[in-house]
Design a binder for this molecule. Structure first.
Ligand code: SOE
Length: 400
């Protein structure tokens, strides 16, 4: 159907070939992760064209009516509610997206699974392995698709690292050395927030940052066999930040360091801190194998440093800084010509599109996406790190 208007032919934007289904999204939480996920849902239709389905932002829930009503308008949700039960029981929602604080992950996700919703839940999945196991059992029983939002699996350079390892380019893996460093609470005057309270967060830097590098260790190297660890809370009391002189106790770790032995014989170190002044969001790892090494830093996320022992004359060998922006690199063909680079936010576009394809096309989320099983296994490893730290760094075996 088209009309001629002057010298311009005006056509209908939606053509018969665009019979792309929509998928109704309900979201819990509208802060940092809500913003990152809403942003990604809106980019999927035109960046991942043709998408398996077009996300329809149906409803968003938040306890504060004023704040959630603003978020609904800002992100483009059709409606908002203040009770997650109304959202979970909304028949127009097929995908439940939980980006709320960690103590709001289990109950709503279990209810959403029981209501037949497919689910993505931000990491850490639960506050403990036990809570994560309940969530895993609920989605398995419901038979719904489920994802745990370890978004760094969807950085082109990290997926490329996985492919290099799968192809044997690095040979036998000897070492995995990862650090996730931030600085945002090094100031003693930084006030109490939910990430610093055990009953809400479950743990501190360990579950928030450590969970990411634990998942990457599993994604890139394999299953850990045991851990030895130490945790530290450097500042144990913080101002409430409400203008009063009242303070509250910090009852989670500010930092941790762990030794890891992997089932395949590799060994590793894992470290996360929120007290690393100058480190803004430094999620970095190095892998050393019998035929080569790779090094990655999230703050330079389009780059992968690669050393291949058999690449060229030995006089010219050294780490090569690969710009992972070619059409043959993972995910990048959806974006721009080589060298035009992408950002942190775009990992969520890849991740959420991957889940939507699994839902609509009957594909599996694993092995490249993280499921609730991966969220549970990360939680088991986090619990083992805490158990070791509580026992003078004793070696703790990992058993799922
Ligand atoms: C913590 O500040 C945080 O926002 C984590 O919660 C995210 O998972 C990480 O990607 C960035 O840092």
């Amino acid at each position: 159907m088209s009309d001629r208007v002057g010298f311009v032919t005006m056509g209908e934007a939606q053509g018969p070939s665009d019979n792309i289904p929509s998928i109704g999204v309900g979201m819990l939480g509208y802060a940092f992760m809500g913003k990152a996920h809403a942003n990604a849902y809106k980019k999927i239709p035109y960046i991942m064209w043709p998408p398996a389905a077009i996300p329809r932002l149906v409803s968003i829930v938040g306890r504060n009516q004023e704040a959630v009503s603003v978020a609904a308008r800002r992100y483009g949700f059709e409606r908002y509610v203040t009770d997650w039960r109304d959202l979970v029981n909304d028949s127009e929602i097929q995908l439940f997206d939980n980006g709320g604080p960690n103590n709001q992950h289990a109950e709503p996700c279990i209810a959403a699974a029981e209501a037949g919703k497919h689910i993505i839940c931000e990491k850490p999945l639960g506050r403990t392995a036990a809570e994560s196991k309940q969530m895993l059992e609920a989605v398995r029983k419901a038979g719904v698709k489920h994802a745990c939002a370890f978004n760094y699996r969807f950085v082109p350079a990290i997926r490329q690292a996985r492919q290099l390892i799968e192809q044997g380019a690095l040979g036998r893996i000897y070492h995995f050395r990862a650090r996730y460093l931030q600085e945002w609470i090094a100031d003693p005057q930084f006030p109490m927030v939910w990430r610093l309270k055990k009953d809400v967060a479950g743990s501190g830097a360990l579950g928030d940052l450590g969970a990411h590098i634990i998942d990457l260790a599993r994604f890139l190297v394999g299953e850990p066999k045991s851990v030895n660890a130490i945790t530290k809370t450097f500042i144990t009391e913080r101002p409430l930040g409400d203008g009063s002189s009242r303070t509250d106790k910090v009852d989670v770790d500010d930092a941790f360091a762990a030794l890891v032995e992997f089932e395949n014989g590799a060994i590793g170190t894992l470290e996360a801190s929120r007290f690393a002044l100058g480190r803004k969001n430094t999620n970095t790892f190095e892998i050393n194998g019998s035929k080569g090494s790779i090094n990655f830093n999230l703050e330079r996320l389009n780059e992968l440093e690669v050393y291949l022992a058999d690449a060229g004359p030995r006089e010219a060998r050294g780490f090569t800084d690969v710009l992972v922006t070619e059409s043959y690199h993972p995910y990048y063909a959806n974006w721009w010509p080589q060298g035009h680079i992408i950002g942190w936010e775009h990992t969520f576009v890849h991740e959420l599109n991957h889940l939507i394809e699994a839902i609509v096309q009957g594909k599996t989320v694993e092995p490249y996406g993280a499921t609730f099983e991966d969220g549970y296994r990360a939680a088991v490893i986090c619990d083992a790190i805490l158990q070791s730290a509580e026992n003078a760094g004793a070696r703790v075996p990992i058993t799922y």
